[in-house]
Design a binder for this molecule. Sequence first.
Ligand code: G3I
Length: 340
Amino acid sequence: MIEVTNREATPSPSLAELGKASGLEVGCAFSGCVDTRYRCLIAHHCRLVVPEWQLKPRFLRPRRNSAYNFEPCDAIAGFAASNGMAFHGHTLFWHEDPIPWAQGKSFERVKRDYGGFISDVMNHYPQAASWDVFNEIVGEAEPLRDEFLIRNFGLQFVDYCLHLARENAPSARLVINDYNLECGTDWSLAKQDHMLRLLDGLRAMGSPLDSIGIQGHLSSVHKASPKSTIRFIDRLADLGFDVFISELDVNDSTMPANIAVRDREVAAYYEEFLTAVLDRRSVKRIVFWGISDFDNWIVRRQTREKRRSGKARPALFDDQLQPKPAFDAVVRTLESAPPR
Ligand code: G3I
């Protein structure tokens, strides 16, 4: 379906254009929602979309004999193409969306089954600008997550998948993505160290890897520490990795009920965090994990941190697609971001 999006219908300054002025890519997660006004908003403000769940392993091929369920993600990729937007592949591995049929007992079986899955999926989307090859494999208490393939094959499996991904898509950026890397708590600092240890090991193996995704699910419960985040970003840059802030949003679960007060607090979280991280030239991409309250995982109450009363208001635009103080705050941070 060729979509005509009337960008002039959305008067606010384009976040994508503001980002481009400093070399920053701006994108958002997209559920495939068919609302035209919402699609216009995304096409106006973003130059990249990320399928919110339609490109995850179990969703695509839950059983060995399942046909690939590509259609929902094809529709999202089609929306991106018809609006001249880039497309990010999220994700080829996630413990929360596993494919047990590819968890073989021998590494040869794993290379055949999981490797075959990776090649099938990547070759179906040759246009993808980048791929989350691994999502959330770093541990907090332990260096790596306790998951079957990671537990049994460790870095040998990670390295194999990264090499295969590079072979399938030589010009796509390969990413390892994770959450809770932005907090100042002891367990978040430990997770940063575990990520750095993983990256050191992969570097030593010559694994191809380009960027690290810091998800950026900011929370009123575990407040982010801009200082610890930029220190981590600097250590990643020392290892030669650039950074995608890959799933940015603000969970207002414990903020005041009053909407004007809460919207101001949410805006302040975005402004403080983005002002800090955009100061680093190695930060190349910002992806909002839902640009509006109209279609948003936190508003759908899919998070562990839920408001006790009232609807969540985590995003830049409200459920009528009107800009909120958070939008103005993000505009300010993009306008003042140094070039990269
Ligand atoms: O829309 C369908 C509905 O038609 C169907 O009846 C229903 C039951 O099957 O499913 C609905 O889709 C669900 C979708 O959320 C919308 O509610 C999917 O099953 C469900 O899997 C999906 O959850 C997503 C979740 O990842 C798991 O894939 C969330 O949207 C998505 O925001 C969340 O995103 C993750 C990132 O991938 C990784 N980082 C954390 C982040 C938040 O958990």
